[in-house]
Design a protein around this ligand. Structure first.
Ligand SMILES: [Zn+2]
Length: 382
């Protein structure tokens, strides 16, 4: 039954529910509260859940019963260390009873997909070469990859999460993704109809930010995740919600100009951050170069990133900035140079605390985030 509940695709709302809801939305919201508590804290007694969520014992018991009926939660036996009276029974999320499909179509060469359990563990992987497909051909390839993943799954599926390049609205419509030749494409609805599964679509940088938030080491004090690939984009999580912006372009830092006399950019201007920090730009400057030239090139890119980040980090008082992309290029000197410039340019109280690092969720951060799109949209957990 949970597998076909209506998708909630709104990511701009606060992700993790904290408090009791108004009566009209109460049951669904309270169910998410219980699931979120089990997702974060692990196995708990009904009394623990009541304490944690602020709900009454009766409400918690009722919700737990319905979650057991839905196959999402199971009883795990007596809670250890209970001294007097009837021992409390622990209940826990059944991470292996359902599966989620995650798809990353942000790589220009290859679409990647995976089957994950509810703990974010990758169980199966599939990929298909893009071979220059755009428009309808690219949509068909995504659908084929999804069908391969459905065939590879071994449990009931909660839904499909898709990370795409470009601007995506709250209904999973890709407003523009020039590299794929898509504009105003209702990708979530098309795939939802074709696969008969709830489908959630979001921009790849936003998706990666969700992956780091849920399965990485991110805290609750503001996260910016920068995706460095063919271009440069970022996802921003503030106060537990993804920032969208009025054009759905919040985090699009790739075309900020860092050097007005710099190299020409695909956007028609000169010296955008992408002209020094994108993977093609970094590879062009480092491949075949000797060590000193290589290090100077990645340091220069890191410094440009630090200059770009400082006003953003300062204005939003962010705690964590995560760089996602090829670790051989982004780690080491590039990261060091960016952090040095960032600290030098921020207000001291902000700069001293800010962290700049690679994703704790690892190279699978985008797929992990695509799984979070589904967990969040179908169960209200993240
Ligand atoms: Zn540009």
């Amino acid at each position: 039954m949970t597998a076909r509940s209506a998708p909630d695709r709104r990511l701009a709302r606060r992700l993790r529910p904290r408090t009791k809801a108004l009566p009209e939305h109460a049951r669904q919201h309270n169910r998410s509260l219980v699931l979120q508590s089990l997702f974060q804290a692990g196995p708990s007694s009904r009394a623990d859940l009541a304490r944690e969520t602020g709900l009454t014992r009766v409400t918690v018991s009722d919700l737990v019963s319905s979650l057991i009926d839905d196959g999402l939660v199971s009883e795990l036996g007596a809670k250890p260390g209970t001294r007097v009276g009837k021992p409390a029974t622990l209940v826990g999320l059944r991470h292996d009873a359902h599966q989620v499909l995650a798809v990353d179509i942000s790589d220009a060469d290859c679409f990647h997909g995976a089957v994950l359990d509810l703990a974010g563990t990758v169980l199966e992987r599939r990929k298909l070469p893009v071979e220059g497909r755009t428009g309808t051909g690219a949509v068909e390839l995504v659908e084929r990859l999804c069908r391969d993943l459905v065939d590879a799954s071994t449990r009931p599926l909660l839904g499909v999460g898709i990370a795409t390049p470009g601007l995506v609205d709250a209904d999973g419509v890709v407003l523009q993704a020039p590299n794929l030749g898509w504009s105003a494409l209702p990708l979530a609805q098309l795939l939802d109809d074709a696969l008969d599964l709830p489908v959630h679509v979001a921009n790849d940088a936003n998706t990666a930010a969700l992956g780091e938030y849920t399965f990485g080491a991110a805290g609750e004090h503001g996260l910016m995740l920068i995706r460095v690939g063919k271009g440069v984009g970022a996802g921003l999580l503030l106060d537990g919600a993804l920032l969208a912006g009025q054009h759905l372009a919040a985090g699009e830092i790739g075309h900020l100009v860092v050097d007005e006399d710099g190299e020409p950019c695909a956007c028609g201007r000169r010296g955008c951050l992408e002209t020094v920090l994108s993977v093609p730009a970094l590879r062009r400057r480092t491949e075949g170069a000797d060590e000193a030239v290589r290090e100077a090139a990645v340091r220069a890119a890191g410094e440009a990133l630090g200059v770009t980040l400082a006003p953003v980090v300062s204005a939003l008082d962010l705690r964590e900035v995560v760089l996602s992309g090829p670790a051989d290029l982004l780690g080491g000197p590039l990261l060091d140079a960016a952090l040095t410039v960032l600290r030098r340019r921020c207000m001291p109280v902000v700069g001293e605390d800010v962290e700049l690092r690679l994703p704790a969720a690892g190279a699978d951060v985008v797929l992990a985030g695509a799984a979070v799109l589904v967990l969040s949209g179908q169960l209200g957990v993240s």
